[in-house]
Design a binder for this molecule. Structure first.
Ligand code: ZN
Length: 254
């Protein structure tokens, strides 16, 4: 629910891989060995920016084989009450996301991001994870998030105010961080997705269920060496895009 954990048959588990995976996806890095000395990937500043910086410093080496992408051939949707995620066929990867929090510090926010041509580095990679002061205290009583601080998260206080002195890195940092998480979670597919991702109030759990549903249907995807192409928001704008999913769901449950 709170982060993405991978494990193998030998019982080795590594938690909180999503920001590092997101940096890999956003940097176009396919083949990499990660060595972790502990049960989870370091949180760094709560974003993918420190990882992207280090990848940029080290540089990438082009390999002899063609890069394989996963082309989405059918629309797959996963609903959980009022939350949903979907992936639709497209020439490249883009993400539309909607968040809607009771807290007025966050509120409702939507965004569309095409991550080609440096979009990830410019628009997404610096967005930090966020949480509520009350929840952080509760988690720390349970022995979780012990390293959680204003150094590695945006924290919303009891008076619905942002506690970080430096404020936000983007006006809509929250929705951008949800896209950062989704990009990382979806990179567990094993390659770049050629598909249009849409998420609404969703998180790691639904991202993972979306991938499982996609790969469970052999006709829903295929491997390709086509290069991802920049994509645009469907005509009609973002609100109409989310309304389309919401109206389908309302019709289905009526
Ligand atoms: Zn995150």
């Amino acid at each position: 629910m709170l982060s993405t954990t991978i494990g193998n048959d030998a019982g080795v588990k590594i938690a909180t891989i999503e920001h590092l995976m997101s940096a890999f996806a956003g940097s176009g890095l396919d083949n990499v060995i990660v060595e972790v000395d502990g049960p989870e990937v370091p949180v760094m500043d709560g974003s993918a920016s420190p990882f992207v910086f280090l990848i940029d410093c080290a540089g990438l080496v082009e390999q002899a084989a063609s890069r394989q992408a996963i082309r989405v051939r059918k629309t797959i949707e996963i609903w959980d009450e009022d939350k949903f995620v979907a992936i639709e066929p497209s020439q490249g990867f883009s993400a539309s996301f909607e968040i809607d929090f009771e807290s007025s510090a966050i509120g409702r926010s939507t965004g569309f991001f095409d991550l080609h041509n440096g979009g990830f580095k410019r628009d997404i990679c610096r967005a930090r994870t966020f949480g509520f002061e009350v929840e952080v205290e509760h988690m720390q009583k349970l022995g979780l998030a012990l390293g959680g601080s204003l150094e590695n998260a945006v924290v919303i206080g009891r008076q619905d105010q942002i506690l970080n002195e430096e404020g936000l890195r983007y006006g809509d940092e929250f929705v951008r961080h949800k896209v950062l998480d989704a990009v990382g979670d979806l990179y567990l597919a094993g390659g770049p997705l050629l598909g249009r991702f849409t998420g609404s109030r969703s998180g790691h759990d639904l991202n993972n269920r979306l991938l499982r549903a996609l790969f469970a249907d052999e006709g829903a995807w295929e491997l390709t060496t086509d290069m991802p192409q920049p994509t645009v928001l469907p005509s009609g704008g973002l609100d109409q895009h989310f309304d389309r999913f919401n109206s389908v769901q309302i019709a289905a449950t009526a």
